[in-house]
Design a protein around this ligand. Sequence first.
Ligand code: AMP
Ligand code: MG
Length: 487
Amino acid sequence: MNSRSYASLPERFFARVAPTPVAQPRVIKVNLALAAELNLSLKGFRGEGDAAFFSGNVLPPGSVTIAMAYAGHQFGHFVPQLGDGRAILIGERSDGHGRLWDIQLKGCGRTPYSRSGDGRAALGPVLREYIVSEAMHALGIPATRSLAAVTTGESVRREELLPGAILTRVAASHVRVGTFEYFAARRDFAATKILADFCIGRHSGRLAHDEAPYLAWLREVIARQAALLADWMQVGFVHGVMNTDNMAISGETIDFGPCAFLDAFDPAAVFSSIDEHGRYAYSNQPHAAAWNLARLAESVLTLLHEDPARAVDLAQQLIESFAGQFADRWLKGMRRKIGLSVEEAGDRALIEDLLDAMHRNQADFTLTFRGLSNAVTDPQPIGEARVSFEHSRDYQEWVQRWRVRAAREPMSPAARAAAMRQVNPAYIARNHRIEQVIAAAVEQRDLAPFEQLLAVLSQPYLDQAAFAAYANPPAASERVLQTFCGT
Ligand code: AMP
Ligand code: MG
């Protein structure tokens, strides 16, 4: 076992538990490109050995299997004991760059942290996580990856009986804000130090020799989250359940439960059935992230300074820096989205006015920005994004201002359009498409739509003429208003 392995930490960090074998595992999908990055030689679709491996029925030789302990604030309420209730870490793999990746089976049976849960996952949520996590990665946004999905040949009972499945998840690590809270709540400050050292070793090695390594590390964790949240906002991603146990220290998007991408732009958009008060609504996400980071900072105060008052000051300064870092990153990204490379004072207002107009007109978030990218070189003064607006006048007025501003840009229109198409995806994992994929898989055992959607989303910035329909928003009858947790 590698000394950077989670399983090399003291016993109180996890429970030793093996996957519970399943009746008849079948491979749905193996991510061969990711497998190659991890130097795993897999046979792919038909390999029976792969099904045994990805179901947990057969473990790699010498593997140490563990469920990680963590706590978490769920919708603002602290729960001191959560932990991997349906996921088991089966080991790590090194990639070609010497980075270590956790390999975890999700849905592979009960653990000491399962509480009343069955430790299993249904096929629908497994497909959803597979699609969205890989789509995020293809968009260039840090996210846990999906290495494989298998069906188990067993049913799981939710509201109804559903086919069971297991997802193999790959992450830079699975340490969460809630992992720190777990130890801090027990006043086990030796453990928070061990955990911080683990995270530094795993993700921020060069900080180990910093004068104040824990402060530098916390600063880096905060910076990563500010960047991640800006990335989410710029593709219209709504995580849905940003509890502290669903925020990874690595800066990867993790736990794709009731997540969704916006179709029509609405800052107050909420999809998750359990988010009754909109705590994790689209535009609240940066605040939720800062709130979670404050819980992290509280959990590691003893590492920040020996004087408790000074530690609080330092933590507060760092937490307060989140908003500015997020806003900077957001503005930079939004400038790129509307094709501006030089900074002018009026840019923020121009961007905010576009978003306001999009909201008033229920304009599709993704189509609007992609349409603007094409409008740069379009001889028509208005361009195709207009179709997405209820009142084309609102669009026209804004576009006229935008064209005046863009005339001061140094790049050629063709270069600007190309740059915009690099940051404004044509294809996102639209909810109605995901639902169609799940319905076909669950009701007809047809995985072709799943494969097709994955293929389209693997090149989100490329126009794919044969699959143009995948760029379309849902018809009124296809609109998905609510999403559900995977449990
Ligand atoms: P989530 O909100 O889905 O990230 O899960 C919150 C907590 O519930 C975590 O501790 C999960 O491990 C646990 N959990 C979720 N689903 C199940 C299940 N089917 N069986 C056991 N534990 C579960
Ligand atoms: Mg979770």
